[in-house]
Design a protein around this ligand. Structure first.
Ligand SMILES: NC(=O)c1ccc[n+]([C@@H]2O[C@H](COP(=O)([O-])OP(=O)(O)OC[C@H]3O[C@@H](n4cnc5c(N)ncnc54)[C@H](O)[C@@H]3O)[C@@H](O)[C@H]2O)c1
Length: 249
């Protein structure tokens, strides 16, 4: 059964990993997908992987640019006539000893992981109010528990979580839902490139480690699709861990 027929979804970070898997899943559920990312080549690969007959459009977007975020929402509405679902998935990792983190790394992680979510939600909200739509933001288990050497990333993902919950409250009566997904370890290019900092104390990093081998991006996309669909109409303002019990204890 296609749960998202006649729905329009805008997905950031759609050129890779969880964002790509989400694009494929939402399109398979019947949504028209507007795919945005800084990596245009990756977006083309995502489009090629969409189910036959999918309606799609791509746009180059740097989520740290607020005007570009406004423009991408406008482009989506101009192309498909409306916006029902916003998935903020673009993000970067940063794993370092506190004293080795530069100002530039701090600002970049915050700009992509947190500013970008703010810019996109603000730009999309007037459209979502028209359609009674919803937002799914990509947080992380790093937004739920502290993680050694992951302080900046944790701060950005906790910020995404509280931002999502606050918007859920602010817009609940007006019919727009806002939820967050908190994946544990997912097998994507982001984690393939992941390195512990030099001299890391391995006793401290339990919270970073999956209890099992980690998730496929499609397993996170399934959670996004559920939260984005009318089936979850009464689920609003949650942080959904998809982490194989990593944060259960
Ligand atoms: N992989 C994991 O284990 C994991 C766990 C929890 C949360 N997450 C979160 O899930 C999201 C997706 O991660 P992923 O593992 O699929 O990573 P990924 O590196 O495969 O994909 C991230 C995408 O974001 C895009 N991006 C980066 N900077 C951008 C910018 N300034 N503007 C627009 N797009 C930009 C990249 O081009 C890429 O396509 C991230 O927010 C990440 O923090 C990942």
């Amino acid at each position: 059964m296609q749960k998202l027929n006649n729905q329009v979804a805008l997905i950031t970070g759609a050129a890779s990993g969880i964002g790509r898997a989400t694009a494929i899943r939402l399109a398979a559920e019947g949504a028209a997908v507007f795919l945005a990312d800084i990596n245009l080549d990756g977006l083309s690969e995502t489009v090629a992987a969409l189910p036959a007959g999918s309606q799609s459009e791509v746009a180059e977007l740097n989520v740290t640019d607020s005007r570009a975020c406004n423009a991408v929402v406008e482009a989506c509405v101009s192309r498909f006539g409306k916006l029902d679902i916003l998935c903020n998935i673009a993000g970067i990792a940063l794993c370092e000893h506190l004293t080795d983190i530069t100002d530039e790394q701090w600002h970049r992680a915050n700009a992509i992981n947190l500013d970008g979510v703010f810019f996109m939600c603000r730009a999309a909200m007037p459209e979502l109010l028209q359609t009674g739509g919803n937002i799914v933001n990509m947080s992380s288990t790093a937004g739920l528990t502290g993680q050694a050497y992951n302080s900046v990333y944790c701060a950005t993902k906790a910020g995404v979580l509280m931002f999502s919950k606050s918007l859920a409250l602010e817009y609940a009566k007006q019919g727009v839902r806002v939820n967050a997904v908190c994946p544990g370890f997912v097998k994507t290019p982001l984690t393939a490139a992941f390195n512990m900092p030099e001299n890391a104390d391995m006793d401290l990093i339990g919270k970073l480690m999956p209890l099992t081998e980690g998730a496929e991006p499609e397993e996170i996309a399934a959670a996004v699709a559920y939260l984005a669909s009318p089936e979850s109409r009464f689920i609003n303002g949650i942080a959904l861990p998809v982490d194989g019990a990593q944060t259960a204890g």
